[in-house]
Design a protein around this ligand. Structure first.
Ligand code: LMR
Length: 388
């Protein structure tokens, strides 16, 4: 049976990890997958998290099952960080998930259970795993152009038109901050307009918040989400801690589901738990337990916030350095988070691999994928590629 399966082209980002691993050059530049690196090119475990892990190792007495909700104290602790003024809203239910991917998968399967005919409006380009996750739920995808790569601007009029064309019960997938892959975030006014249209049209917003703290700041990066929660009776938030806690391989995330009434949220959460049970039964504990220890301890939390601020500062200083190098790259300083998209063709991107520089075929690069010592070489190679 299994030998009838045709080969699949691997996910573009996972393919880049493999290419980078296969390159023996010690000075290769990996600006592919979204992993934070410091000035020395390392991806350190934040000191606050390391301390929490030590405490966890010393104090944890059992690894017996916690149940489908995972670590409920983790979900309670990340809730005010993500939801801000909405954290006490009893109409919002939460569950721990294996990373943001797990949260997105739950979200779309939940929607498919409630409304299989719903269409999901997705601005392109988007994170290459969004469409497969939505498709896996069986829901129909409607794409609209979100970003003009060559003009380096959001195609906001087209986004508005697409959202206005949505029918009641359709879904709007929105990037909370640090848009992946473009770094082009909506401004406050645009968020207000989007939140209003989504509410007026009766669309269900699903906000993917995977980089909180790495753009402008914790509150600022969730400001759009909070506007959406202000105006929409129903909303879903897929949250990832993988980046802001540096727990990538531990897979730490949460799903928050808001409905118009508390009883309906309780019912929806029974479906969420059943879907989770079918997928992974219970989420992995370690990373979430360590993040919970950080969030519950004021000193560790303050240390963590400073560590995230340092990551953000590095992102923004590399952005400034790239932008200053050439007027064609000036847009990089106006974008947020780990990614921006270079105006390079796929051929140009592939040719850069001969110089051991690896980025996504789309021209998306991880601003902090390179060490401080690699920045000049990266900039020179990009400018040469743009000229060529
Ligand atoms: C990325 O976009 O590089 C990250 O979100 C990692 C991933 O899983 O794709």
């Amino acid at each position: 049976i299994l030998d009838t399966l045709p080969p699949l082209v691997s996910d573009s980002l996972l393919a880049i990890i493999a290419l980078v691993n296969a390159d023996p050059n010690p000075d290769k530049i990996d600006v592919g997958v979204g992993v934070y690196r410091d000035g020395q090119g390392r991806t350190p475990i934040p000191a606050s998290l390391k301390k929490a892990e030590k405490r966890l190792w010393e104090e944890q007495q059992t690894k017996a099952y916690l149940g489908g909700y995972g670590d409920v104290r983790f979900t309670a602790a990340i809730r005010p960080v993500a939801l801000g003024r909405h954290a006490d809203d009893a109409r919002i239910g939460g569950v721990q998930t294996p990373g943001g991917c797990g949260a997105l998968a739950l979200a779309f399967k939940l929607i498919a259970a409630a409304r299989p005919e719903a269409r999901v409006l997705i601005g392109t380009p988007t994170w290459p795993n969004h469409q497969p996750i939505v498709a896996g739920s069986g829901l129909r995808i409607v794409e609209y152009p979100f970003y003009d790569r060559d003009g380096t601007r959001i195609r906001f009029e087209e986004m508005v038109a697409a959202l206005k064309s949505g029918e009641r019960g359709d879904v709007a997938l929105l990037h909370g901050c640090c848009h992946n892959p473009t770094g082009a975030d909506l401004d406050d006014e645009q968020w207000s307009e989007v939140a209003q249209i989504v509410a007026e049209r009766g669309l269900l917003p699903v906000v993917d918040l995977a980089y909180q703290g790495l753009g402008r700041g914790f509150e600022e990066d969730a400001a759009g989400l909070h506007k959406v929660l202000d105006s929409s009776e129903e909303a879903i938030v897929a949250y990832s801690c993988d980046k802001n806690f540096g727990v990538y391989r531990d897979r730490v995330g949460a799903l928050f589901v808001k409905t118009g009434v508390e009883a309906a949220t309780k019912h929806a959460m029974t479906h969420v738990l059943q879907i989770a049970r079918e997928q992974w039964s219970m989420p992995p504990d370690h990373g979430a337990a360590a993040a919970r220890i950080v969030l519950e301890d004021p000193l560790l939390k303050a240390e963590w916030l400073e560590e995230v601020a340092a990551m953000r500062d590095r992102i923004n200083s590399i952005r400034a350095r790239i932008a200053a190098a050439d007027p064609r790259l000036a847009f990089v300083a106006e974008q947020y988070g780990m990614f921006s998209m270079l105006p390079l063709s796929k051929d140009q991107v592939v040719r850069l691999r001969d110089k051991s520089i690896y980025m996504a075929d789309s021209g998306r690069f991880n601003v902090v994928g390179m060490s401080n010592g690699q920045v000049d070489r990266f900039i020179a190679a990009v400018i040469e590629a743009m000229d060529g």
